[in-house]
Each structure stands twice: as structure tokens, then as C-alpha cells.
Design a protein around this ligand. Structure first.
Ligand code: HEM
Length: 477
């Protein structure tokens, strides 16, 4: 006898689930997982939607039995934006690209990238982004982090400072692509239209005004990439930034270089995958630190003694275990990528349940990170968990902000170094406090980010010495 389908909403409850997913995906999926168990499913949009919230089941899908799964339906939208870049490609194209791209994130290159991260942050602290903020001023911390991480990814990719005129074009365009794109793909009429004969998601999106704005923003991003590629070809020297590495990369077996189109797709992938995620990790870190003054105080003490006013290097990562733990714990409680999606390519069995071919599996990183069987006091922000001595023997896939298996994030070391060093450099000078009564409000599209920005007040540590003793929220009037 074949195993049963996973339990979950049926009939009217299933229809209610579908309606709810039109405005938000995270809440209904997490609710289904809470109500029906760690492997739950409902019929929606013509297929079985399965929520996965156990580390073991996630391991089965992403690692041990990964050949039976492909990228999920959410990637259809990303594919419009990222083409055949590393995040969205599959099969042989992905295998070839991963082999070429992975070495670009090896330790020897990370040293150069770290230089870009710290110089961009030093410029921000001395310049108009962070240097001119007044003590007590309210700012949108998420916007500041977005601008800074965009500058960094621009420098790492192109060796160029993207914070000027080009960033002014890239930032808003990227924002449109991310937010409008997901909003439209989620909308039931768009989705229904995409299923009609002769239609696809791209055509369905173009049917409404937001869709046209999405397309314009995407064209703008592609234009920036074309301009950068043209400029680089004119130089006649590939350069030693990520773009240079992409231009010089050769397939081990065939000796072939990447096509211009493939390089464009990878640049777009790095720009998108590498900037918003890290910025959200930092924004959530500032939020948690504001609510946990003892953790923040310990961070201040660590950065004051470990780096002082020096510009840190990659070697300083070993001197910043607490700062790193603060970032890692923030990514546990509020993972920037809250879910990874897969599609079952064949019939499979997960945790004793039948998963028919063609099902959509949503691996809820956010639920796994708060599983009380894996994490004592799961809702509490406690960076102690991530100190090296406490990290040993952790159950596999209990912590997976960067995914798992062969599709694991290629930029994970880049991101951890970036978030840690930025948190250290910024904390040396500034602290951010949440206003009294601020509630948690996240927009969980592709990534989990603060909805409508993250308003916090700035405090100059040199001015607000009292910050050392007082809880974050009490400082804000
Ligand atoms: C805190 C920051 C980051 C988070 C939370 C994050 C998260 C993730 C996750 C969960 C995946 C797996 C997706 C899946 O399995 O479907 C992924 C893949 C990927 N990430 Fe990241 N990422 C971050 C930063 C970066 C950076 C800085 C870069 C590049 C500069 C990057 C580039 C990529 C690429 C290219 C992939 C696709 C890898 C493949 O499929 O071979 N990410 N990321």
C-alpha cells in the first residue's frame, strides 16, 4: 500500500489557504505547518503544495535525495530576471557555471573583496551616507544598509564605485524588480492568466501597469550591465574584480569562455542575490541588538578592543566571534531567505508521506530555525548559541540560512565576512535604537525584509555614553 499524502487543509480550508497566499505566502504556509505538522500539504493552483518544517525532511530533499528535485515554481519569476545565472539555471548549464564560479569565492579572492567591503564602509562612515547623521535623528536603517551593500557588491563586481549616478539608477530599479515582480507573480489573476494557452508568466505580468513598470526597471538594470560590459571590453584588460574573473574563466574541459549573455546573467545574479540578502541580515541584526542591550554592550566591548579605529581585514574575523555570533543569531531568528522552494521530479516519500511528482515543496527555513526540539528558547535572541564552542555537534540542517546541498549559497563566506565586518565598523561609531512600541513587521516576498523600511534613531557612541548602561528602547524619547 502506498503511503498517505501529507495531512493539511482540504475543501473550503484549502480554498481559504489559496486566497491568503494572494497577499502573503509566509503566514499561510507557517500556519499550515503549525496546524498539520512538519510535513503538511494542500491542493492549490493545480498542484500539491507541501510545507516542510523539519530539519530531517529538509535534508532529504536538499541533500540526500536532491537528484529527485528541481528548483521550485517561485524560480520561474526569478528566471525572467536572472536568465540562466547560477541561482536559476539547472542541469548541465548550472553544473558548468558552478564549476567556473565557485573558485571566484575562494579565500584568496575573499581577501580582495574584504578590502572593498571595508573601504566602502569607511567611506560611508566618513561621507554622506552615515557620516552626516545627527545624534538622535530617525533614519530608515534598511535603506542605509541597502545602499551600503549595493556599493560593496558594485565594487566587488566591477571594481567601481556604484554609489554615485549608476547606483541612483540601480537601487530603485532593483527594488522594483524584487517587490513588483513577486507581488505580481503571487496575484491569482496573473497566475491564472499565465496558465492560459499561449501565455507564460512573462506575458501575464506585462498585462498590467505594475508589470510594465517591472519590465522597465528590468530593462534599466540590463542597460547598466551592458554599459559596464562595453566599458570593460574597451579597456582590453579583464581586471581582477568579479567581472574580470568571469571574463577570464575558462571551462576546464573545453577551454571555452563564458558567452556575453551568460556573463550578463551572472552579473545580474550577483547583484541581486548578493546585495538585498546581506542588507536584510544587517538590518535585522540592528533591530535585535536594539532590543537586547546586553548583547549589544558585549559587541561594543569586542569591537573597541579587537579593532579600535583600525580598518579591519579578513584576518580580524577571528577576533570578532561575538560580532559574528550576533549576525548569525539574527539570521536564525529572522532569516533573510525564509524559504527555499523545490519541485519533485519523480514520486518520492518524505517522512512517511507520499510526494507525487510535480509537487511544490516549500522548505520553511524560518520554522526550522525556531523548532523547539532543535533550539531551546527558540524565540529568544541569544548569540551565545553561535560562539565557536557552542556550535559543535549542531544537528544537520537545523541552521540553514544559506540553504543546503549542492545548491547551497556560493556567496555564504562573502556574506558572513561582509555582515560581520560592517557590523563591527559601524558599531564602533554608531548605535541604532528602535522607537518605543515599534512592532515587528516583515514583508516576506522572496526575501524577508522590514516592511516599509526600518525606522530607528541614530546614536553616536561618543556622544551618547549613556547608551552603555541603558536598554536600547529607553533611550528613545
Ligand atoms: C546574508 C546573505 C545571503 C543569504 C541569506 C543567502 C541565501 C541563499 C540561499 C538560501 C541560497 C539557496 C537557494 C536555493 O537553494 O534555492 C542561495 C544561493 C545563492 N546565493 Fe546567496 N545568500 C546570501 C548572500 C549571497 C551573496 C553575497 C552572493 C554573491 C555575491 C550570493 C549568491 C548566491 C548564488 C549565486 C546562489 C545560487 C547558487 C547555486 O545554485 O549554485 N548570495 N543564497
Amino acid at each position: 500500500m502506498s503511503p498517505p499524502l501529507p495531512p493539511g487543509p482540504r475543501g473550503l480550508d484549502s480554498a481559504r489557504f489559496v486566497l491568503k497566499t494572494a497577499s502573503d505566502f509566509m503566514e499561510p504556509l507557517c500556519q499550515m505547518a503549525s496546524d498539520y505538522g512538519q510535513v503538511a500539504a494542500t491542493q492549490a493552483r493545480g498542484r500539491l503544495i507541501v510545507s516542510i518544517s523539519s530539519a530531517e525532511a529538509a535534508r532529504h530533499i536538499l541533500v540526500t535525495n536532491q537528484d529527485s528535485y528541481g528548483k521550485g515554481i517561485e524560480y520561474e519569476l526569478l528566471r525572467i530576471v536572472l536568465g540562466d545565472g547560477l541561482l536559476t539555471s539547472e542541469g548541465e548549464v548550472w553544473r558548468r557555471q558552478r564549476k567556473l564560479v565557485q573558485p571566484m569565492f575562494a579565500k584568496r579572492h575573499l581577501g580582495d573583496f574584504t578590502g572593498h567591503m571595508t573601504s566602502a564602509t569607511a567611506d560611508a562612515l566618513d561621507g554622506s551616507l552615515l557620516g552626516t547623521l545627527r545624534d538622535g535623528e530617525m533614519v530608515d536603517v534598511n535603506r542605509l544598509m541597502m545602499e551600503l551593500t549595493l556599493d560593496i557588491v558594485g565594487r566587488a563586481l566591477f571594481g567601481a564605485d556604484l554609489s554615485g549616478g549608476t547606483a541612483a539608477r540601480v537601487g530603485p530599479a532593483m527594488n522594483d524588480v524584487l517587490t513588483l515582480g513577486t507581488r505580481m507573480a503571487r496575484r491569482l489573476p496573473t497566475y491564472a492568466a499565465s496558465m492560459l494557452p499561449g501565455m507564460n508568466l512573462r506575458k501575464a505580468i506585462a498585462l498590467n501597469p505594475e508589470g510594465r513598470r517591472f519590465q522597465r526597471s528590468l530593462d534599466e538594470l540590463k542597460m547598466v550591465i551592458d554599459e559596464v560590459l562595453l566599458e570593460r571590453s574597451a579597456l582590453g584588460n579583464p581586471g581582477d574584480d568579479l567581472l574580470g574573473l568571469l571574463l577570464s574563466a575558462r571551462d576546464e574541459d573545453t577551454g571555452e569562455a563564458m558567452s556575453r549573455e551568460q556573463i550578463g546573467d551572472e552579473l545580474m545574479t550577483f547583484m541581486l542575490a548578493g546585495h538585498e540578502t546581506t542588507s536584510n541580515a544587517l538590518s535585522w541584526t540592528w533591530r535585535h541588538l536594539s532590543l537586547n542591550p546586553a548583547a549589544r554592550q558585549r559587541l561594543f566591548e569586542e569591537v573597541d578592543s579587537a579593532i579600535g579605529d583600525r580598518v579591519p581585514t579578513m584576518a580580524d574575523m577571528d577576533l570578532l566571534p561575538w560580532t559574528r555570533a550576533c549576525v548569525e543569531e539574527a539570521m536564525r531568528v529572522t532569516p533573510p531567505v525564509w524559504m527555499v522552494g523545490r519541485k519533485s521530479l519523480v514520486d518520492d516519500e518524505v517522512a512517511g508521506f507520499r510526494i507525487p511528482a510535480g509537487s511544490s515543496l516549500m522548505i520553511l527555513i524560518t520554522m526550522i530555525h525556531r523548532d523547539p526540539d532543535l533550539w531551546p528558547n527558540p524565540e529568544g535572541y541569544d548569540p551565545e548559541r553561535f560562539l565557536p564552542e557552542n556550535s559543535k555537534g549542531r544537528r544537520k540542517q537545523s541552521y540553514m540560512p544559506f540553504g543546503a546541498g549542492r545548491r547551497v549559497c556560493v556567496g555564504s563566506s562573502f556574506a558572513i565576512i561582509e555582515a560581520t565586518l560592517l557590523a563591527a565598523m559601524i558599531s564602533r561609531r554608531l548605535a541604532f535604537n528602535l522607537p518605543r512600541g515599534a512592532t515587528f513587521d516583515a514583508d516576506s516576498a522572496i526575501t524577508q525584509r522590514p516592511r516599509n523600511g526600518l525606522a530607528m534613531s541614530v546614536h553616536h557612541r561618543a556622544v551618547s555614553e549613556s547608551i552603555r548602561q541603558s536598554p536600547g528602547e529607553a533611550l528613545v524619547g
